[in-house]
Structure formats: structure tokens, C-alpha cells
Design a protein around this ligand. Structure first.
Ligand code: FAD
Ligand code: DHB
Length: 394
């Protein structure tokens, strides 16, 4: 058995784990990141694409915003579509803020490169991870790679291992309260080699189901279709996907998505989930390990960054002057913002999707709400201020 020492052991090299490790490094705190998958896998996993202004500011202030600054697409609004007509929600006019479109895998690439350039300890394909002694002063992470065991002795452990990770399961029976909601649909997403034919995202309500037009770069578009939760991707040829996207997204003014080679496709489930509290003993959860939002509000990666911002601040205060107050209140601080993002993500999802067999009253109410958001400055402002991101400090 090989033995290693660190101040903070971090499980998971997604946006949460990598950003936490980097922020701790800036504060002179040592960490070891343990990641089950390979570096290439982490860098190629296509997921979220919208960064709130607070996330951009965090990346920039942490010195990892250079490529983001160069290649990120500044979006000053989004469009909502109903009955084939688009209506713009002008973020800058309503809030003075905007969002930046920059793929999650690009953020991950930038963070990995920075950690490695700084001599950071990030261990990919680490093997099977388990935790011990989380209520003691020396919690340990055991890593088993084909029978060879590494023991990582820590002072704190951050569970940044996503929804399917192991850290949340280490909380003892009864220590966690779970709040969740599932939705009777999923998203079929594609990445396409096609120049975007619009400058901003289009969130389209359609009788056949929701569709989203997004992008990654001047050459690449990202599109989503509402589908069944158990949708079999094998049933969706590229032609069928494009035909359905054209049907749902095409507008009365003649606009429709430009088509191109499909580079990647997949189905993403939809759920709202919060596990409370985010801390037990010396184990702290951050990001998807503690909460999941349906993607309609583009909040997942942004919430992960907000959590690790607070966790890094709290650990910084503890190691800086021995003050553990922020560690004590970490869970409560994060949960206030998490629940606001949960509410917004649920609301955007309810507003835009087709609900099979819903009572006619609810369908009429949904359409009225969408028209209200499209025509009322007050309602549009509420959408805009949540979409660009609520302030980090409550
Ligand atoms: P993750 O990115 O999940 O990172 C966790 C890391 O931990 C992973 O690298 C994983 O390999 C690793 N890990 C897991 N278990 C272990 C273990 N036992 N030991 C070691 N390492 C482990 N959000 C949006 O806003 N818009 C979207 O379009 C969108 N699409 C998504 C599509 C998919 C398929 C998924 C799963 C999520 C999507 N999200 C989207 C959500 C967003 O990507 C997440 O909120 C974000 O990745 C959270 O970051 P994280 O670091 O907390 O978790
Ligand atoms: C993207 C994903 C989202 O969930 C969203 O709400 C907006 C954009 C994207 O992948 O580009």
C-alpha cells in the first residue's frame, strides 16, 4: 500500500473538482484530485454550454479565462419561440448582464491544463475509490487499482464526483434529506458541423415537443429535441433528427436551422434533485454530487462553480486564520442559491415542454404564461435575471 498526504482530497475531475483544486492552489492549499475516467474522456464529454456572468468572472479572476475570453461567444439575449414566431429576451437591456457560450469540455480542458502546468496532482483512471473516517480529523480516501491500494490521508474531502459518484452514499443512513422530481421526457442532443444561422439561442415551444437551438463556435451548432425518457437513440437516423428539428424550429419568417454532419448524439435524462445538507463530518459535497437540475435553465455547471467558490472561500478562511465559520455554514450558504436555481430550472422546463395527456386547462395556462413572458417587461426581467445568474452572495 502506498501512502500519500494532502490537505484536501477531491473525488472527481469535472468542473467542480478541477475548479476547486485550482482555487485551493491559488490560496496555497494542497489537494489531490482522483478521477475514475481518462483525461481524454473528461475532455471530450459533451455537456453544458452556457456560462453565467458570475462563472465567467470566477474563471477570469482565477487566471483561467484567457481562451474563454478569446473563443467564448457573448450572448446578450435569448429567443423564445411560440407558434413559429420568435420573441427576444434582451438580457443586457433588462439586467445589464449577459451570458457566454463556451462548451463545458473546453472549460475542463483549460482547467486540466492549468492544474498540470502548476504541478497539480490530478490522477486520471485512478481505480475504485472509497472513503473512510469522514467524522475523524484524518479522513482517508482509498484507491484500489487492480488490487494495488493507495491510501490518501486528508484533512478534508470534497465529493465532486457527480450524480452517480460514491461520496453522497458515504453519508450515514438518515443524515441526508432527498428532494426530487422526475419529468416524463428527456432531451436528444446533437453536435453538428454546421455554421450557426442565428446569433442567439432559440428555446422553442412546439406541439410536437420542445426544441433548443444552440451553438459552440462559428462552425458548430448544438441542438436538442424533447424526446421520451427511454428514447432509443438507435431509432434516430441523422435524417430523422434533422427532419424533426426542421419541423419544430422552423419559423414563419423563413428561419430554420442550417444542417451539417452530426458529430455526436446522445440522450440526457431530466430530473430535479437536491440532497441536504452538503456536509457530514469532514466530507463536503459540491456540484452534481449534491444536486441536479433539468437543463432547460442552463444552470448545472454554473451551480457547480458557485458551490466550489464557497467551499474554497471556507477552506481558505480555515487554513488562513483558523476560522471555521464558513465551513460550518457552507451547506446553508450554497442551498439558498441552489433552491433558487432549482425553482428557475423547474419553471423554464414547465414553461417550454409538451406534457403528454395534461389537462386542457394546464395546456392553456402554459401558453398564457409563455405569451405573458414574451410581452411583459416585468416577466421577461425575471427570466433574464435568473438566466444570467443570481448574485453569488445571498
Ligand atoms: P461532473 O461533470 O459529473 O463530474 C464528476 C466527475 O467525477 C466525472 O469526471 C466523473 O467521471 C467523476 N467520478 C464519478 N464517480 C467517480 C468515482 N467513484 N471516483 C472517481 N471519480 C468519479 N447542464 C446544462 O446546464 N446544460 C446541458 O446541456 C447539460 N447537459 C448534460 C448532459 C449530461 C449527459 C449530463 C450528465 C449532464 C449535463 N448537464 C448539463 C449538467 C452539467 O454538465 C453538470 O451540472 C456539470 O457537469 C456538473 O459538474 P460536476 O463537476 O459537479 O460533475
Ligand atoms: C445548452 C444547453 C442547455 O441546457 C441550455 O439551456 C442552453 C444551451 C447548450 O448545450 O448549448
Amino acid at each position: 500500500m502506498a501512502r500519500f498526504e494532502t490537505q484536501v482530497g477531491i473525488v472527481g475531475a469535472g468542473p467542480a473538482g478541477l475548479m476547486l483544486s485550482h482555487l485551493l492552489h491559488l490560496k496555497g492549499i494542497h489537494s489531490i484530485v482522483l478521477e475514475a475516467k481518462s483525461r481524454a474522456y473528461c475532455e471530450e464529454r459533451v455537456r453544458a454550454g452556457v456560462l453565467e456572468h458570475t462563472s465567467v468572472q470566477m474563471l477570469r479572476e482565477a487566471g483561467v479565462g484567457e481562451r474563454l475570453e478569446r473563443e467564448g461567444l457573448r450572448h446578450e439575449g435569448i429567443e423564445l419561440g411560440l407558434h413559429g414566431v420568435r420573441h427576444r429576451i434582451p438580457f443586457v437591456e433588462l439586467t445589464g448582464k449577459w451570458v457566454t457560450v463556451y462548451g463545458q469540455q473546453e472549460v475542463v480542458k483549460d482547467l486540466i491544463a492549468q492544474r498540470l502546468a502548476d504541478g497539480g496532482d490530478v490522477r486520471f483512471e485512478c481505480g475504485e475509490v472509497s472513503l473512510e473516517g469522514i467524522t475523524t480529523e484524518r479522513p482517508r480516501i482509498l484507491v484500489n487499482r487492480e488490487g494495488h491500494i493507495d491510501e490518501i490521508c486528508c484533512e478534508y474531502i470534497a465529493g465532486c464526483d457527480g450524480f452517480h459518484g460514491i461520496c453522497r452514499g458515504v453519508f450515514p443512513e438518515g443524515a441526508l434529506s432527498i428532494f426530487e422530481r422526475s419529468y416524463p421526457f428527456a432531451w436528444l442532443g446533437i453536435l453538428a458541423e454546421a455554421a450557426p444561422s442565428r446569433e442567439e439561442l432559440v428555446y422553442m415551444h412546439h406541439p410536437r415537443g420542445f426544441a433548443l437551438y444552440s451553438m459552440r463556435s462559428p462552425r458548430i451548432t448544438r441542438l436538442y429535441l424533447q424526446c421520451a425518457p427511454d428514447e432509443d437513440i438507435a431509432q434516430w437516423s441523422d435524417d430523422r433528427i434533422w427532419s424533426e428539428l426542421q419541423t419544430r424550429l422552423s419559423c414563419a419568417d423563413g428561419w430554420g436551422p442550417t444542417e451539417g454532419r452530426v458529430l455526436q448524439k446522445g440522450v440526457t435524462g431530466m430530473r430535479s434533485f437536491v440532497a441536504e445538507p452538503l456536509q457530514f463530518g469532514r466530507l463536503f459535497l459540491a456540484g452534481d454530487a449534491a444536486h441536479i437540475v433539468p437543463p432547460t435553465g442552463a444552470k448545472g455547471m454554473n451551480l457547480a462553480f458557485a458551490d466550489v467558490h464557497h467551499l474554497a472561500e471556507a477552506l481558505g478562511a480555515f487554513y488562513g486564520d483558523g476560522n471555521g465559520d464558513k465551513l460550518e455554514s457552507y451547506s446553508e450558504t450554497c442551498l439558498r442559491r441552489i433552491w433558487k436555481a432549482q425553482r428557475f430550472s423547474w419553471w423554464m422546463t414547465s414553461l417550454l415542454h409538451r406534457f403528454e395527456n395534461e389537462p386542457p386547462f394546464d395546456r392553456k395556462r402554459q401558453l398564457a404564461e409563455l405569451e405573458y413572458v414574451m410581452t411583459s417587461r416585468a416577466a421577461a426581467t425575471s427570466l433574464a435575471e435568473n438566466y444570467v445568474g443570481l448574485p453569488l452572495e445571498a
